[in-house]
Design a binder for this molecule. Sequence first.
Ligand code: PLP
Length: 470
Amino acid sequence: MKWDEFAGWGARISEWARGYHQGLRQRPVRAQVAPGEILAQLPVAPPQSAEPMERVFADFENIVLPGITHWQHPRFFAYFPANATPPSMLADYLATVIAPQCMLWQTSPAATEMETRMLQWLRQSLGLADHFEGVIQDSASTATLAAVLTMRERALGWQGNEKGLAGLDTLRIYCSAEVHTSVDRAIWISGIGQDNLCRVPTHGPLRAMQPEALEAAIQADIAKGLKPAGIVACVGGTGTGGCDDVSAVCDIAAKYGLYVHVDAAWAGAAMICPEFRHLWQGVDKADSVVFNPHKWLGMQFDCSAHFVKNPDDLVRTLAIKPEYLKTHGHDGIINYSEWSVPLGRRFRALKIWFVLRIYGLEGLQAMIRNHVAWAEELHGLLAAEPEFEIVTAPVLSLFTFRYAPAGAGDLDALNQRLVDAINDDGRIYLTQTRTMGALVLRFQAGQVDATREDLLLAFEVIKEIAATLR
Ligand code: PLP
């Protein structure tokens, strides 16, 4: 493709993007295709000769688009959001155009120094103590893996990487059942093993780990000759938004010399509003914290902010320096690839810079406060309906509910039918989860373009479709 043609297509795609976003309310939120339908339209072999861009773009519209679930749809109320704001897209476009590899300071000093400053901006925005230093990971799963590997190495006196785990102490990690499965995967990948992930029972309206049960589990493990290594606390768990008492967890950890990692992948964004910070009270005592600007702050995937109290421990766990990566003569510089699992790194800090400058903290705070207020309003409307039950009250903008008309019989089956029917209808998109043994519908508000009217429409759609199932 010649550069002149590229420029024409760039302008055309920008215009297409405007129309796409402005017209999203006319599209079903969840893709309405059957499995295999897209695959069947893609030729089994690659083209031998060049094709015109016009034809490629037409196929994008006709083949690809029907198979897209529209995460930027204002009535996307499923999972957690994965927002892309216009300034974030523009920044990512620029980063894509320059396409630097940002693994070392010298492979793009601006990317490294921008990353340092942007993580300082985010740290201040969340009200975190200034002893935290930050790095951008591709995902919260990677940050949690890095934290679990650091727990492992610290607890093993930095021998795990060298010797492998055979013959060394059996490590134990603690968390509740509310954490995301990225914790389980980190335990598998680190070689610690699922059997050594100890699930601590929870209590209270926020489904927090019971501090006495946590401490009793640690003591029981020590008595058995096992080695406690760390705790993963969650703030805003995936299913229902469960939050541990981070302060109590950190105090127990300090007594036994354990590492604490806080997973606030979704809820962390809300901490830009001081009134929500009680949800992670004590967080400054933790060893590391992760949150995803790519969820609720409008900086599109991938952009996960990982804060650590002691970067030396992280670097000691992950850094490897073959001769070709040494950057002689630059003492004191940061090579962020030493803080993460992959070597290659995209220029992700640019979109943080663009988004924070274009909206300002006030703009982002207003968005989050609206989402929380509207979700509470919808929660109130559903709570007032006799045939609906609120199962878990709102944590920020997430709550769960179920349809429970009198004499309905198998409520799990009925609610699965309800969520499927809602998503087949397409006007809104919800997902289900299981809590306290019941299948329930999750509702979260978090899409940047959502309005109060979109949430009120969600209420009507839920009621209308539920009535057809009776
Ligand atoms: N932690 C929590 C609480 C989550 O909800 C999620 C995903 O939704 C993750 C971690 C994993 O996030 P990522 O996709 O960035 O790995």
